[in-house]
Ligand binder design. Sequence first.
Ligand SMILES: C[S@@+](CC[C@H](N)C(=O)[O-])C[C@H]1O[C@@H](n2cnc3c(N)ncnc32)[C@H](O)[C@@H]1O
Length: 684
Amino acid sequence: MGRGRPGATRDAAVQSTGDSSAVSKCSAAARGYVRDRFLGLLVGQRRRRRAPLIHRGYYVRSRAVDHCVQDFLLKTQSHSRTQILSLGAGFDSLYFRLKDMGLLSHTVVYEVDFPNVACQKATLIKGIKELSALVGDAGGEGLGAITFSGEDYKLLGVDLSELSKLEKALEKAGLDNEVPTLFLAEVVLTYMENSRSDALIQWAAEHFSQACFVLYEQMHPEDPFGRVMQQHFSQLNSTLHSLAQYPDREAQRRRFLQRGWTECSVLDMNEFFTFCTPEDEQRRVQALEPFDEYEEWHLKCSHYFVLTAAKGMKPSWTPLLSNMAVPCGDGPVRMAGSVTASVCGMHSEAAGLRRYGHHSALIKPNVILTTGGFGEEDGQHCRMRNFHVLIKHEGCWKAGCVKKENHGKRWDGRLYHTVSCLSNSLALMVGGRTSPSSAALGMLWLKFPESCDALDSDGITVELVDLQPVAESAALRWRHSATEVTFRGEKYLFIYGGRSAMQPVLGDWYFLHTEELSCTVIPVEGPVPEGRHSHSACSWRGGVLIAGGLGAAEQPLGSVFFLREIEHGFQWQTVETHPPLIPRYSHTAHVHDEKLLLVGGVWFHSSSVPGLTVIDLMTGLCMDYMISVEHLEWPLMLHNHSSVFLPNEKELLLIGGGGNCFSFGTHLNPEPVSLSLSNILTSH
Ligand SMILES: C[S@@+](CC[C@H](N)C(=O)[O-])C[C@H]1O[C@@H](n2cnc3c(N)ncnc32)[C@H](O)[C@@H]1O
């Protein structure tokens, strides 16, 4: 094999991203996310079925681009001619969609990509009747960079980094600098050196009298999800160049305003989905497929933005701001300080804790039992078969092995369940799921040795005892909470919220008598909180504190409730916090000394990730602390994790967490992490 020009492998890697985008968009179209009969034709034999998370990701991207493009066409309707220039168009079907909808009566679409890609696309179009009939061949191909030419469609093979060549090729193809022109760069500019993409942005503003720009790409490279995202693209040899110089939307906005554009708006994709997508459309998309990857969906959306810029447009062009009450950008969250995360230093012994959606319970003051979840076992990603135990010995946590004994019940590998320790030898496991359509897993007793002496250095034996069909509907749920409460001196488990295969959120509850294991009706007064899952729940003063969660509209919630014992039952009370708690979900929580501690989770503020929040339950004061990860060599993802609070040591152990990061691969926190809270809990 001959040696290619330097950079050829990198170009090939970048070009293949066009393939992969079209395949993913095609899969989303096949499942009804977007309407597009042309993608299938352009993708042909390369069709693959993608996961629901990928479908949602490509849905929001397509919707954002379509929203802006169609708005441009609408707002320029009165002009006799307009142009769309799709930079790095890959195998996208934009032209065919617009043409088919009859939206191109006075618009010419120019598409540019590397010559290689443009040639492949031209060959495809020529070979497929339905496509070539829509374009109509004007016979202009073979003219330099023009690989295909129809009356209102020109496909050009040029490297966008070579601005003067690009300019010449576009001129030859008929691009007119005086006609309102929309530039579209959908995940393209970031693959170019910044000096080249900046020059392109500036050239567009300087050379066109009425111009609009739509940019869709990644941001926030430095937070944990961002680090996994960056690493993924670097490993593919298609480094994302924009990220270092333009890490957030403000930097991107400045980039355009400093290069000749006079208007610029940027939304992250959570904002776009929430504020620019009609609610019935949001519900439609949310119901298309069984889905349970909320965290990764929202994280993906907070790492991508859509930017629109304009110059010379009359009236001004601001498609992201019209018709909706979009809060203007998310400023930084005010942090009261930081807590430092340090690894617990168990290394290989901690491998069994590389999991998410598991549950960890302190079953004795020095023993943590972790069950279930999805993670890595024997080098493979799977629903976890093994339980895991951490035993504190002479001040150090060490992993031991767990021998499972099945009594009528084989371990089902559930995730998003709860485990409540009810005595020094008994814990109750409630609910959970295997797949999002399979959640009839019921309850299990976990029995373990009463005395700590029975814990040999090797670990612990746990017996699994099946309890079905006791209190079935209480257990037909996952992402719920189960919290010990006291009523008239008797102990109950308060099972609340979560979701089921049929219901996206549950707002109901059960009082399960812990000795009789029967559900008891206890009157509850007060305004019932809206249904939620992935909230936190802690025992406090015989009742329960519920905080946050994901609500019915898949929006994070910021409410805090206290279910308080009253004479004849319980009462829901709202806990007012100031400043208001930033809505979040998938966090964990603990109560210590009249303070509610919330750990990690997912929120919509793309400028930072939730760290530790301390709510003073006496005053309502709410303080956010950043978790400083400078001592960790890997990204710490604090969602779908578990945490254990050790009150004597004022120490928080964070166990597992992470998940399947969109198309960037699975990231599982490799080791437990400890946070010392002594400073925070005494200084309050
Ligand atoms: C992620 S794909 C996106 C394709 C299309 N915009 C879409 O969203 O479906 C990136 C595309 O940009 C093209 N591209 C990247 N750098 C380019 C350059 N310097 N010149 C021409 N095309 C480029 C790639 O070949 C690829 O087709």
